[in-house]
Design a protein around this ligand. Structure first.
Ligand code: SAH
Length: 453
């Protein structure tokens, strides 16, 4: 999985450790296979394995108890979160300081109303969700009850003919709609009859267990969303932003043309990339007092690899007198150093020969310290000191505070035993700060304090 494509706040930017999951959850262990290299993997084409993965991740990472029916679409979490986080970014841009509870609509909520339960747990959002399929409707109700989320989410059973009209309370104001439509055209996809020998419609990348009505509809996603846009006309003043996911890039152009005709005042599109699956997102509004923001694509600039990581070899010579040349010992010292720099740390990989942490800096402590050191040195060198003009000092202080308020850098640090007398240190920029340059500065700081002193 190429995690660098994912939304910066997506917890699965760092893929879950399957070994850890297999040890912790017997229901996942059943599907885990050990490769000759010792690596634990699952077969992503096996629906039961993908279902088990989503179930245990929901439990472990979101405290959500979910029972997914065997013959329905399995929601894969990295993609669902990428979409949800994009919606959150859009809302943030449009109305950053809102204090009121966010209320969204999810069209076609599926077997466990995945978007509403994630958003309710993560952000306390409220949802009205619709569903046509009886099994999915019932399972969604059960999911809400099991997780005590009935106060946050209402599921409505609807018919295919009317998605929103008549089902949604139009006296209420909604912040957004979401939709993961049936992507395929039922006329050109899957078996035509029970006697047809072709296999049931499968979404290979989605764990291949979806029922035909979940993933295929007459006219495909273009028709489905066009119908939705027609229905939006009735709701255009009570929903701020409409959004949908799309399974095919080619659907964007006809839908945008339809939106223009329907009188949408602005729209924007994005791409969700996770592993080998790419999906598209489209958002639109009929409001005139704001534009749907065009957010920068979260996409690496160089051939899908993201900014290249910085590598540094910790040799025995560079580590002499500081302790054992082991991944554990070096990481301990690095964590001490990062703590002294007021960074937040989250362990991501914790093997004997390979350890990784994610670090977050709320302020630029490393170059402040360097500045202080430099100032200290300069002052010591000076025989006679000229007092600095007062005004300049005040301005500098203000500037620093302003910078600190917006500064947030996120990075990854990986330590790996490569051979017996050296350890590889790798640092990867994730988000914020001055990009890779900030990571470079932190590496220099570490060299000065831990390795090359
Ligand atoms: N949101 C879920 C499910 C997406 S699959 C997820 O992301 O995993 C699409 C869902 O839309 C299916 O559950 C299907 O039953 C439902 N559906 C199809 N037509 C619909 C309609 N007209 N109104 C509401 N739901 C519909």
């Amino acid at each position: 999985m190429n995690s660098s494509f994912m939304h910066p706040r997506n917890p699965y930017r760092t893929p879950p450790d399957f070994k850890e999951l297999a040890l912790k959850f017997p229901e996942f262990r059943k599907h885990a296979k050990q490769k000759l290299t010792g690596k634990i993997e699952i077969d992503f084409k096996d629906a039961a394995a993908v279902r088990a993965l989503s179930t245990v991740l929901l439990k472990r990472d979101f405290n959500l108890e979910v029972e997914l029916p065997p013959d329905r679409l399995v929601p894969t979490l990295p993609l669902r979160l990428n979409y949800l986080l994009w919606v959150e970014d859009l809302l943030q841009e449009v109305n950053p300081a809102t204090e009121k509870i966010v209320h969204g609509i999810d069209i076609g909520t599926g077997a466990c109303c995945i978007y509403p339960i994630l958003a309710a747990r993560m952000k306390g959002w409220h949802f009205t969700a619709t569903e046509t399929d009886e099994t999915n409707y019932k399972c969604s109700l059960e999911t809400l009850e099991r997780n005590c989320l009935q106060n946050h989410v209402t599921v409505i059973k609807v018919t295919a003919e009317t998605m929103l009209n008549g089902n949604i309370d139009t006296s209420h104001k909604y912040d957004f709609t979401m939709c993961n439509p049936p992507f395929f055209d039922s006329d050109s996809f899957g078996p035509k009859s029970r006697s047809d020998k072709r296999p049931l419609p499968m979404c290979p990348k989605l764990g291949g267990s979806a029922s035909s009505t979940e993933i295929a509809v007459k006219g495909g996603e273009v028709k489905f969303i066009e119908n939705l846009i027609k229905e939006c006309q009735e709701l255009k003043s009570c929903v701020r932003i409409f959004t949908t996911m799309l399974g095919h890039k080619s659907s964007l152009a006809p839908i945008i043309a339809f939106l223009k005709e329907a009188g949408a005042s602005s729209w924007s599109e994005t791409e969700f990339c996770q592993g080998r699956t790419t999906r598209w997102g489209l958002a639109w509004t009929f409001f005139d007092n704001f534009k749907v923001p065009k957010l920068p694509l979260i996409r690496p600039k160089n051939n899908g690899k993201g900014p290249p990581p910085l590598n540094y070899i910790i040799s025995a010579e560079r580590w002499s007198n500081k302790g054992d040349l082991t991944v554990a010992c070096i990481l301990m010292k690095i964590i001490e150093l990062f703590n002294s720099l007021k960074m937040e740390i989250r362990k991501i990989k914790d093997k004997k020969d390979k350890k990784a942490i994610e670090f977050i800096a709320r302020e630029n402590t490393w170059s402040n310290q360097r500045r202080k050191q430099r100032e200290g040195k300069r002052n010591a060198d000076k025989v006679c000191e000229q007092p600095e003009p007062k005004k300049a000092k005040v301005d500098e202080h203000l500037l620093d505070t302003q910078k600190d308020l917006t500064f947030c850098l996120k990075g990854l640090l990986l330590l790996e035993e490569t051979d017996t007398d050296s350890i590889k240190l790798q640092m990867q920029w994730i988000e914020g700060g001055s990009g890779r340059e900030s990571i470079n500065q932190i590496l220099q700081y570490m060299k000065n304090h831990l390795f090359e002193k």
